[in-house]
Design a protein around this ligand. Structure first.
Ligand code: COA
Ligand code: AMP
Length: 625
């Protein structure tokens, strides 16, 4: 039996013992005596009697252990020409001071703080400062528009919002403050104050309840870490569901910190003093877990990169960062590699840098297509590790565990489930399917530490969205299969969620925007395959009787509406006017059939279709697109 099998079996044979031992990697104010509270399924709680402070574990603990001079965070920003290294001692001080700022603004245990910031160190400082106070942060990705920010402010009811005057998107400066002001105006909940980091690229106009970051820090008294219950929320991270209303994924402190601390040596093979570069964004779960919390909990060094894989200014930046900062593990989304491949097909930039320290490439966020896998492997000649996870799970579900044993790779599969994950594939009736048969991928409850215990203020939606399709199982929303060697193949979402350039978006949310146009009677948005972004959304609208807008103007208006209300990141560039949408006799839009046609598949026409004639119209629209 291999090392992976041994570890996996140990986690099944004695779940309590396995996770209690993993929890010992942390410093607890009150160490847990029990691993799992399973009294109220499907609401499981990890380490119910433990108390800790996650920021203390990420920072102060390492300073106390004598590692204060080691680099904790390296900020590398080609878009501003800045590089800055924060040692553990400095980061601890800055976090303690900013926690003092938040405390002075009235933030205490359990209060929410919304963070709407670009990829600057202050975003990490703000997150950890919340954790230090036992407050709950909710980071909103900078690419979302005011309306999306407003929805999150409304739901999280923050006491304070922390933001910056601007972000830098390639060569463009994006002013954040007007978006924040608009979001607060739209939301019925008003925060008490906004702490604004002024950046020189665009200074923000300040209002009566705005607080200048630098001024507040200059007069703040540092705050000590506040131990809280393991089960208390550390953060809420909103993610796209099937409707326009995002789901507030709740993360507890103790279970999450335990899972992340376990994952660093076992999955990523990165330990104290070693460097991980996660090229994502703090607005996504990958950023929360592997830019911020996991590297710092492990005493490693994390790189915070403000830039893109290409164009800021060239396709050599990832390799420059890896070489300059001695990166051991690079983690990004396959789409970033497709962008690199397009710009630099022969990988010439990579040959200009010393990449001898780079030991692993980890990819996640969308399916890793075998072609991109092979290109990355040929280029780097190191293990290219596809791993599958979700905002809900907080850490990988299925991965090649580099720090335990590298399992043989089958391109197209992220390999096998990690300890704690009992992954199965079920048919529509909830029966396990034989190997190599497609179905719904589910995880048998309880989920391991780190996975979400519920949705923010919405236990009911937690149960209805995830736990009721197959009682006793978590419905991942992904479809796929498991082969006879236990390898999991994740083929794509079975719901209205799409992955655009590694960004998770809701087609339902885009449909709500299109449907609000006065000329639109009904609409559908589907994700279609895209060579670069994996998927992109395409919209189809049917006009109201009597509406006769100029088609080009209408299309431009609809595209702009989605950009204004959801954000540029939605990438909806293409909306077609069609005579009708294909529907079942009961009136359900046949989105799967539409997707199949768009992707050029030989999609069977369902017998339940009412208006088969519209498919020809649709085929010709899609061919033109
Ligand atoms: N703030 C404001 N706008 C943003 C933004 C942000 N933080 N992030 C993206 N946008 C904008 C982009 O500028 C772009 O605007 P445009 O339509 O005016 O050009 C739009 O949103 C779409 O962005 P994106 O889909 O990211 O496309 P891109 O062409 O700018 O970049 C890649 C393509 C592949 C380079 C980029 O998507 C990438 O690096 N992806 C990696 C994804 C990732 O890290 N995912 C996290 C999971 S690991
Ligand atoms: P997010 O919640 O933004 O992390 O997106 C989660 C979704 O991304 C999953 O449900 C999958 O559809 C997709 N995903 C993430 N990682 C992978 C992967 N390695 N292979 C296939 N799909 C993935």
């Amino acid at each position: 039996m291999g090392a992976y099998e041994d570890v996996f079996r140990a986690s099944v044979a004695d779940r309590e013992g396995f996770w209690l031992e993993a929890a010992q990697a942390l410093e607890w104010e009150t160490p847990p005596t029990r691993a799992l509270d399973d009294a109220n399924p499907p609401f499981y709680r990890w380490f119910p009697d433990g108390r800790l402070n996650v920021a203390h574990n990420a920072l102060d603990r390492h300073v106390a252990a004598g590692r204060g001079d080691q680099a904790a965070l390296i900020y590398d920003s080609p878009v501003t020409g800045t590089q800055r290294t924060y040692t553990y001692a400095r980061l601890t001080d800055e976090v303690a001071t900013f926690a003092g700022v938040l405390r002075a603004e009235g933030v205490g245990v359990g209060d929410r703080v919304v963070i709407y910031m670009p990829m600057v160190p202050e975003a990490v400082v703000a997150m950890l400062a919340c954790a230090r106070l036992g407050a709950v942060h909710s980071v909103v990705f900078g690419g979302f528009a005011a309306n999306e920010l407003a929805v999150r402010i409304e739901d999280a009811t923050p006491k304070v919002v922390v933001s910056a005057s601007c972000g830098i998107e390639g060569k463009r400066v994006i002013e954040y403050k007007p978006l924040l002001d608009k979001a607060i105006a739209l939301s019925s909940h008003k925060p008490d104050s906004q702490v604004i980091l002024q950046r020189p690229q665009a200074e923000a106009a300040m209002g009566a309840t705005d607080v200048d970051w630098a001024e507040a820090v200059a007069k703040a008294t540092p705050a000590d870490p506040v131990p809280v219950k393991s089960t208390d929320p550390l953060y809420v991270l909103y993610t796209s569901g099937t409707t326009g209303k995002p789901k507030g994924v709740v993360r507890d402190g103790g279970g999450y910190a335990t899972a992340l601390a376990w994952s660093m040596p076992h999955v990523y093979d990165v330990g104290p003093g070693q460097t991980i570069f996660t090229a994502s964004d703090v607005g996504w779960v990958v950023g929360h877990s592997y830019i911020v919390y996991a590297p710092l909990l492990a005493g490693a060094t994390t790189v915070l990169y403000e830039g893109k894989p290409v164009g800021t200014p060239d396709a050599g930046q990832f390799w420059r960062v890896c070489a300059e900062h001695g990166v051991r593990a690079l983690f990004t989304a396959p789409t970033a590699f497709r962008a690199l491949k397009k710009e630099d097909p022969n990988g010439e930039y990579a040959t200009q840098y010393d990449l001898s320290g780079l030991k692993y490439l980890f990819l996640a966020g969308e399916r890793l297509d075998p072609e991109t896998y092979r290109w990355a492997l040929d280029l780097l000649d190191i293990p290219v590790i596809d791993h599958w996870w979700q905002t809900e799970t907080g850490w990988p579900i299925v991965a090649d565990p580099a720090g335990i044993e590298l399992l043989p790779i089958k391109p197209g599969s992220p390999t096998r489930p990690l300890p704690g994950w009992d992954i199965q594939v079920l048919d529509a009736n909830g029966r396990q399917v034989p190997p190599d048969t497609d179905g719904a991928i589910v995880a048998k409850l309880p989920l391991p530490p780190g996975a979400f215990p519920t949705l923010w203020n919405d236990d009911e939606r937690f149960v209805s969205s995830y736990m009721s399709a197959f009682p006793g199982y978590y419905l991942t929303g992904d479809g796929g299969r498991i082969d006879s060697d236990g390898y999991v193949f994740v083929m794509g979402r079975t719901d209205d969620v799409i992955n655009v350039a590694g960004h998770r978006l809701s087609t339902g949310g885009m449909e709500e925007v299109l449907a609000s146009h006065p000329a639109v009677a009904e609409c559908a948005v589907i994700g279609v395959a895209d060579q670069m972004k994996g998927q992109v959304p395409r919209g189809f609208v049917v006009l109201k009787a009597g509406a006769d807008p100029d088609p080009d103007e209408l299309r431009a208006e609809l595209v702009q509406m989605v950009r204004d209300r959801i954000g540029a990141v939605a990438s909806l560039k293409d909306v077609a006017v069609v005579a009708a949408l294909p529907k079942t006799r009961s009136g359900k839009i046949l989105r799967k059939t539409m997707r199949g046609i768009a992707d050029g598949l030989d999609e069977p026409v369902p017998s339940t279709i009412e208006n088969v004639d519209v498919l020809d119209d649709l085929r010709s629209v899609l061919r033109k697109g």
